[in-house]
Design a protein around this ligand. Sequence first.
Ligand code: ADP
Ligand code: MG
Length: 251
Amino acid sequence: MIVAEKVNKSFGKLHVLKDVSLTVQQGEVVVIIGPSGSGKSTFLRCLNYLEPIDNGYITVDGQPVGKRRLPNGRLVDDSRKNLYRLRSRIGMVFQRFNLFPHQTALQNVMEGPITVSRIPVSEAKARAEALLAKVGLADKAQAYPVQLSGGQQQRVAIARALAMQPKVMLFDEPTSALDPELVGEVLEVIKDLARDGMTMVVVTHEMGFAREVADRVVFMDEGSILEDTTPQNIFTRPGHPRTREFLSKIL
Ligand code: ADP
Ligand code: MG
C-alpha cells in the first residue's frame, strides 16, 4: 500500500530525511517512534505530498507521490495535478485537532465529501452520522468544537478523515496534545480501525499502544530508520544502541 525508497529531503542545508525506505502492506499497522526532530512528521508529510521530496521514490496504492519516471527515462512530477486523487486515498490526523470552529461536528465530517468529492448532501450526512457513531459521538453531531473535549475533537477529526474513505490513515502524534485522561478514548478509536483492517502509519510515544496494535515498530533517529522490526523485538531486545537509549528515556 505504501512504498518509500531512499527518500531524501532537506530544508535548506538541513538534511532531514536520509535514504528513508519503508514498505507498508495493506492492513498493516506501522508505528514510528523516535526522538523529537528525527524527521517523523516530515516523513508523514512527504507520504501525503504536503512536502515534496528531493529524491527517492514514493508510491501510495500504486500511485507515485512526487516524481515518476516516464518510459523514455525522463522524470516528471504530476502529483500536483493528481493531488485530489492522491489526498483522497490518504487520511491524515495531526496532533492538533484542526476542526473548523464555526461548523458543528456533523458539518465538519460532511464538508470534505460534499466540497471535494461532490457527493449529494443527503449521502454525505448519512455517512457522517455513521462515522460519528463509529467514533462514539452520535450524540455530539450538533456540538461545535468549543463544546467538545480535546479527545472528542480528535475523534471528530478522525471521523472527518475517514469520511473521504481513504485507503491509508496517517496519524502524527494524535494524542500528544491531550490531557492524559483523554488519551485512551482516542487510542481505542484507532485500535478499532486497526481491527477493521485499515492500513495505518502512526507516529506516537504511546508504547502500550505500539505493543498492542503495531505489526511493526520503526525507530527513526536523525533522519534515518535505524530499526524496523516487531514490537516484541524492539521492546525486549532493541538492536541498536540508540533505540535502547531512547526507550530507556521514555519507558
Ligand atoms: P519530528 O516529527 O521527528 O519531531 P520533524 O520532521 O518535525 O521531526 O523535524 C525534523 C527536522 O526538520 C527538525 O530539525 C525541524 O526543525 C526541521 N523542519 C521541519 N519542518 C521544517 C520546515 N518546514 N522548514 C525548516 N525546517 C523544518
Ligand atoms: Mg513531529
